[in-house]
Design a binder for this molecule. Structure first.
Ligand code: NZQ
Ligand code: ZN
Length: 398
């Protein structure tokens, strides 16, 4: 196990009906808030109105900013930042999936600093992110997730897309940890089968990335990771078929929070190659992040099966019911088992199914290595994924 430091400062309020506490919690932090949310879902499901009412009843003044698109854009974040400043908001609340929560964090940073948000994006060509990250100062943030996927509700990261340059990358820092998150699994009952499945794949990926690429001697982390993967594997298909199954929704919600809160990966090191490769796809084609991850996984796992078969075999045995004793054979069976799991949630697809053009694969591979490689010329994984390797994974996934 590697040495590590871990801070998980976000207070977590979890459970059925807990969204009603939004007002009381916000009132402890601010008199006026910017409530950042998506363009459709929270209004349609009524949760936006519930949160607004709760805030108003607690005497908190609310400015609603409901323009966040899935894969949030820097220009939208900048507009939110301007409004937060002009209105004198003291707290930014992110209500929705990862996109509104990430946008809320970025708004909290730019409202205070006045910097355009695209300069914060890791790997951005301007190079400004090297001075701006990690974010040390921002307005306080509160999150209320309505979708189980990213873990953004209790971590210090966000992901933004700068449309003009097709750059998608992370922004993060200690100031972006939400002060409090209210996780009410009932808010996820209305998530479509497609986004439910994409979310399960996203949390699964957050768990296996470091598990496969990082330090192998990390016993506690292995057990934590495998337990959380099992929760996603078992409950993803249940929630896809039974949207109102509270226990399945609660399991997915809690697993997704724990998957990316730093806990399972502490002392592990490792890298996030799948995320680097996927972020470029969603930057170019505006696809769902979890869907892109599902499509790339089989081709990526084929490389892992060659490089570290014992790790993939272990995941298969402990999370997917693989019984084969030989590591190489077990690794291959794990890939098949993962594909079966994807099929059970209708996310076993190819890039061509999403309208991605073969002609753009080479450019995306180059961009992915540029942003994800941070000057090294490759993305770190179980092997160095240079442009040719990334292109080969894209082509295998086409
Ligand atoms: O468009 P709106 O109205 O927001 O509706 C959303 C959106 O269309 C809808 N939705 C959300 N909650 C719902 C609902 N529909 C019905 N009922 C509900 N309760 O679902 C769609 C997808 O929402 P989005 O927020 O985009 O999804 P997700 O949570 O998967 O977030 C994806 C974004 O997070 C980033 C991704 O790259 C992507 O930009 N990530 C953030 C991370 C982080 N902060 O730690 C890590 C992740 O790896 C990821 O990269
Ligand atoms: Zn992810």
């Amino acid at each position: 196990m590697l040495n590590f430091q871990l801070s998980m400062p976000t207070r977590i309020i979890f459970g059925r009906g807990e969204v009603e506490k939004a007002g009381a919690e916000a009132a402890k932090l601010a008199g006026k808030v910017l409530l950042v949310t998506g363009r459709t879902a929270t209004r349609k499901t009524g949760v936006l109105q519930r949160v607004v009412s709760s805030l108003e009843e607690a005497g908190v003044e609310v400015v609603v900013f409901d323009k966040i698109e899935p894969n949030p854009r820097t220009h939208t974040v900048d507009e939110g930042g301007r409004i937060a400043r002009e209105e004198g908001c003291e707290l930014i609340i992110g209500l929705g999936g990862g996109s509104p929560m990430d946008a809320a964090k970025a708004i909290a940073a730019v409202a205070l600093s006045g910097h355009p948000s695209h300069e914060y994006i890791t790997g951005n060509k301007t190079g400004r992110w090297k001075e701006l990250l990690p974010v040390q100062e921002a307005l306080p943030v509160m999150t209320i997730p309505t979708l189980a996927a990213t873990g953004s509700e209790a971590n210090s990261g966000g992901v933004l897309t700068h449309e003009a340059t097709k750059e998608k990358g992370g922004i993060g820092g200690p100031a972006l940890f939400p002060k409090v998150t209210i996780i009410d699994p009932e808010l996820t009952f209305t998530v479509s089968p497609e986004y439910t499945a994409d979310g399960a794949v996203d949390m699964f990926t957050h768990l296996y990335e470091a598990y496969l690429t990082g330090e192998e001697d990390a016993i506690v982390q292995d057990h934590l990771t495998e337990g959380l993967i099992r929760a996603a594997v078992e409950n993803g298909p249940i929630a896809v078929k039974e949207p109102n199954n509270y226990e399945a929704r609660a399991a997915l919600m809690w697993a997704s929070t724990l998957a990316l809160i730093g806990l399972a990966g502490a002392g592990r090191g490792g890298s996030f190659p799948m995320h680097q490769m996927e972020h470029t796809l969603s930057a170019y084609y505006d696809i769902s992040h979890g869907r892109g991850l599902a499509i790339l996984a089989p081709a990526y796992f084929k490389r892992v099966a060659e490089d570290r078969p014992h790790r993939l075999a272990r995941m298969g045995r402990n999370c997917f019911g693989v019984t084969e004793q030989d590591d190489k054979l077990a690794a291959e069976q794990t890939i098949i088992a993962v594909i079966e799991w994807f099929k059970s949630m209708n996310v076993y697809l190819k890039l061509s199914d999403l309208g991605i053009k073969r002609e753009s694969l080479a450019e995306m591979a180059e961009e992915s290595v540029r942003v994800g490689g941070r000057g090294m010329g490759h993305i770190a994984a179980t092997r160095d994924l240079d442009i040719q390797e990334v292109l080969a994974i894209y082509e295998d996934s086409f």
